[in-house]
Design a binder for this molecule. Structure first.
Ligand code: ASN
Length: 503
């Protein structure tokens, strides 16, 4: 296997700009790696080898001609299949979109293309981003590279697994309740959910529009910052896009790498990380707190009493919005169209037949929950109450950020569980996101950083910051990464078992 696949995106970018490797070589190396291991991992739903190589060749030619290029130009990337890509199939993990080829690019894809990053392909995910294990994909399971019998997290398990398996140095994920951070935690990778409005949602297939946010999945904190800076910033085509310039996330990651956190106040959230979290996950978290303290950080305990209602509020707000967003998949406009087996072919009956066949069980469950929560007579009791809880969660964050610069917790309550283990128990599946959901409800940013192993499997350390202060995630995240890697003698992923390469 070529060592070009083992480099961080930043290191690969340096090699490319120094002329020590070409983008075509780097892209080929990753396509070869995909060919060798993706049979076992199944991170990709679609590999766009020709397009990726064409972009790479174009970047190489422009570099040779002396053109000034983006720092990540020529570094390949994978994109979660919920993000629309012109000319490349986009399914959101659903049969209902099988065969649909979008006629336009999401804004973040436009930015990736303009910067010259070859797109390797589209990654697997739970159908419409509904799940925490990627087992709800209509196109088969993705396997965790650390242990192929285990889940890679979800909904963005494909992006996390691709990065962890060295199939791509960079990937795009989306996070509605934890879908970037939880897969990062259980695969030993880095994942950021930016501030709501920090990255354009134009061209994301919406699940819950007030919660969805796209962000980077990478192997290093600096790489996440570089990708965040590339995709972030105002977009007039997204009405919720923030007009503010993005904070200097790359500068913050470089600053944090010194490992000095003098004067930074870390708030340990009392309600996150207690009973119900795997003992080894808690132990690694406590150990890292000590490491951060030794680096100069001040640790305080904060209380966010309404976080205990966050999961319940999320499971009313998210399905309500999802039931409305998914109404457009009606057999008339996109992808699948199923006509009723017998009887008249009316619009309503075509819609019912298409949605009945095209949606999986989890999607149906949420559409039913959402339409119920929004129905006259129940709206105030369910959706209305959940919105009030959302305000209380936001107030908890505001109060906590008066005492601390960032809040910290374990990212996910457990390490990767076995495929099939929670598939028939929706509640057990939903509980994976107890520590990640509050950030989505409040619109604040969060990052998950590799935090050591429990039973040979990765755990994650979550850092949360106030809205528009995403730079703080990178300062603390990069410091923790540097301090832990100094202890381990290298990145956590270096201790993952080697995948067998077959062709
Ligand atoms: N989409 C997400 O962020 C994941 C969350 N587990 C959900 O199923 O809603």
């Amino acid at each position: 296997m070529s060592d070009l696949t083992r480099l961080s995106a930043a290191a690969l970018a340096d090699r490319l700009s120094a002329g020590e490797a070409s983008s075509v070589e780097a892209t080929r190396a990753h396509l070869d790696r995909i060919a060798a291991v993706d049979g076992a991992v199944h991170a990709f739903l679609h590999v766009s080898a020709d397009d990726a190589l064409a972009t790479a060749a174009d970047v190489d030619a422009r570099r040779a001609a002396g053109e000034q290029l983006h720092p990540l130009a020529g570094v390949p990337i994978a994109v979660k299949d919920v993000v629309v890509t012109k000319g490349l199939p986009t399914t959101a993990g659903s049969r209902i979109l099988e065969g649909w080829v979008p006629p336009y690019d999401a804004t973040l894809v436009e930015r990736i293309k303009a910067a010259g990053l070859p797109i390797l392909g589209k990654t697997n995910m739970d159908e419409f981003a509904m799940g925490s294990s990627t087992e709800h994909s209509a196109f088969g399971d993705t396997h965790n590279p650390w242990d192929l019998d285990r889940i890679p997290g979800g909904s963005g398990g494909g992006s996390a697994a691709a990065v962890a398996a060295y199939e791509a140095p960079l990937a795009i994920g989306t996070d509605t309740g934890g879908s970037i951070r939880q897969p990062a935690a259980v695969t030993g990778t880095v994942g950021t959910k930016p501030t709501y409005g920090g990255v354009s949602r134009y061209g994301l297939i919406a699940m819950a529009s007030s919660l969805d946010q796209a962000g980077p999945v990478t192997r290093t904190v600096l790489d996440a910052a570089l990708l965040h800076a590339l995709i972030g910033g105002h977009d007039p085509r997204d009405s919720t896009s923030l007009p503010d310039p993005l904070p200097d996330v790359v500068g913050a990651a470089r600053l944090g790498a010194s490992g000095d956190l003098t004067g930074v106040r870390l708030g340990v959230v009392r309600e996150l990380g207690g009973d119900g979290y795997q003992p080894g996950v808690r132990a690694r978290f406590e150990e890292s707190l000590e490491v951060l303290q030794a680096a100069g950080a001040e640790v305080v305990e904060v209380s966010c009493p309404n976080f205990q209602y966050a999961l319940a509020a999320y499971y009313l707000i998210m399905p309500s919005e999802a039931s409305s967003n998914l109404a457009k998949f009606d057999g008339m406009r996109f992808g699948l169209r199923v006509e009723p087996a017998d009887g008249p072919v009316t619009a309503e009956r075509v819609m019912a037949a298409t949605r009945g066949r095209g949606f999986g069980d989890e999607v149906k469950r949420r559409v039913i929950l959402g339409t119920y929560a929004l129905s006259a007579g129940y709206y105030d009791a369910y959706y209305g109450s959940a919105q009030k809880v959302r305000t209380l969660v936001q107030r908890d964050f505001a109060a906590a950020f008066e005492q601390a610069d960032v809040l910290v917790s374990p990212t996910a309550p457990t390490t990767a569980f076995r495929l099939g283990e929670k598939l028939d128990d929706p509640m057990a599946m939903y509980l994976n996101d107890v520590a990640t959901i509050p950030a989505n409800l409040a619109g604040v940013p969060g990052i998950s950083v590799p935090n050591g192993l429990d039973g040979g499997l990765p755990t994650g350390f979550q850092v949360l910051a106030p809205a528009k202060a995403d730079d703080r995630l990178y300062r603390v995240g990069a410091a923790l990464e540097a301090l832990l890697e100094a202890r381990w003698g290298g990145p956590l992923l270096a201790s993952a078992p080697e995948l067998e390469e077959t062709r």
